[in-house]
Design a protein around this ligand. Structure first.
Ligand code: PLP
Length: 407
């Protein structure tokens, strides 16, 4: 790859190796669990690591390798490890960085599945976490770091609040303490942000969202930078350790899903540009509606997170945000039950527009005090804007807000 090619060129061409068998232009789906050894010595050499050929799909597969190379390049990392889901990517990342007795400092505003891992599952293995409300508050971040803190975790565009963190500040504080920074870049994708360029050491994704983009495949990816903190983590180098753990714990990405992911990434910039522009239009329209109390979209001029969004996000602020209706849960229920074009779903980053009531679904396990502190109220609605015509999306919201059924 020429180093000067643009994002849209790279999303199509990066990572694609010529197919030596039949000259296929697209990396095919290699639905084969194992790979033949020519002879006794080749089998031995592959297991010893002296021959780079494939052995068994849980350890590697050509379709998976192609998508890993593409994502490593797009994220400006050195190595990517594709796994079966975003949750698997987070689990393997934390297990590669942490030992029993270690501690994580996390932003408070994170995906609820990740909060569950850190708060409910890892403590059983002696790994604990503390959450800071604003990781860009240097004093608060410093105060949360302990002698046994081994990772700092944030998300580029947290949902539902869009409270974009100050990535460079977090990295500066973390590195001053010798701690790697892990960033979940799912909602921004490398089209809007490449956290490694701002000091992140490790980037994780739910590839089930915008990267695959069509709501048809679950997948995840871990990208390692060549920073000293990623290289030193756990002594062996983060990427090597994470790949070995993925092979042992076994959350293998299906080669079929790797192919769907590869196809999704080829149009990432087109979809992100369209969906982010659509999200801005929908957010601006909602802001002007009398039924709406507030809109949490970092791309709006009125957002308190606009300045950080402008610093860290390119070409728009993504397509996932929340807004709050004045009428509380009854108003939210009315709107959600009346839409006909928006899909009622807990998913994000699909070509279809999606709508959800966080308080009664993704955030239902939080205490009333937490919901209050997190800003997830009874009238809050989360949107993931798809590629449909904005006029149709607005017309559907309009009829649903007005309570008409004749749309
Ligand atoms: C969906 C999501 C995950 C989990 O990913 P899965 O692919 O569903 O396992 C993690 N982080 C963020 C920000 C997500 O949106």
């Amino acid at each position: 790859m020429a180093s000067e090619w643009g994002f849209s060129t790279e999303q199509v061409h990066a990572g694609v190796e010529p197919d030596e068998g039949h000259g296929a232009r697209i990396t095919p789906v290699y639905l084969s669990n194992g790979f033949l050894f020519d002879d006794f010595d080749q089998a031995r050499d592959r297991f010893a690591g002296d021959d780079a050929g494939y052995i068994y799909t849980r350890y590697g597969n050509p379709t998976i390798t192609g998508v890993e190379r593409k994502l490593a390049r797009l994220e400006r990392g050195v190595e990517a490890i594709a796994v079966a889901s975003g949750q698997a990517a987070l689990t393997i990342t934390f297990l590669a960085l942490l030992n029993q007795g270690d501690h994580v400092v996390s932003a408070r505003s994170i995906y609820e599945g990740t909060r569950g891992l850190l708060r409910e599952d890892f403590p059983r293995f002696g790994i604990t976490a503390d959450f800071v409300a604003d990781p860009g508050d240097r004093a608060a971040l410093e105060a949360a770091i302990r002698p046994n803190t081994r990772a700092i975790f944030i998300e580029t565009i947290p949902n539902p609040l869009n409270d974009v963190p100050d990535i460079a500040l977090v990295a500066e504080v973390a590195h001053a303490h010798g701690i790697p920074v892990v960033i979940d870049n799912t909602l921004a994708t490398p089209y809007h942000a490449r956290p490694i360029e701002h000091g992140a050491d490790i980037v994780v994704h739910s590839a089930s969202k915008f990267l695959s983009g069509h709501g048809s495949a679950i997948g995840g990816v871990i990208v390692s930078s060549e920073s000293e903190w990623a290289a030193d983590a756990a002594g062996t180098g983060f990427a090597q350790r994470a790949r070995a753990l993925a092979g042992r714990f076994g959350p293998t990405l299906s080669p079929l899903n790797a192919f769907l992911l590869q196809q999704g990434i080829e149009t990432l910039s087109l979809r992100m540009a369209r969906q982010s522009a659509g999200a801005l239009a929908v957010a601006q329209w909602l802001e002007g509606r009398p039924e709406v109390a507030s809109v949490d979209y970092a791309g709006l001029a009125s957002s308190p997170h606009r300045a950080l969004a402008e610093r860290y996000l390119e070409n728009g602020a993504g397509a996932v945000f929340a807004f709050t209706l004045r009428g509380g849960e009854a108003a939210a229920r009315g709107l959600i039950d009346r839409v006909v074009l928006w899909s009622r779903m807990t998913h994000l980053g699909d070509v279809r527009s999606l709508i959800l009531h966080p308080r009664s679904t993704t955030h239902t396990h939080l205490t009333p005090a937490e919901l209050e502190a997190f800003g997830v109220g009874p009238g809050m609605i989360r949107l993931s804007v798809g590629v449909e015509d904005v006029a149709d999306l607005l017309a559907d919201l309009d009829q649903a807000l007005a309570g008409r059924h004749d749309a």
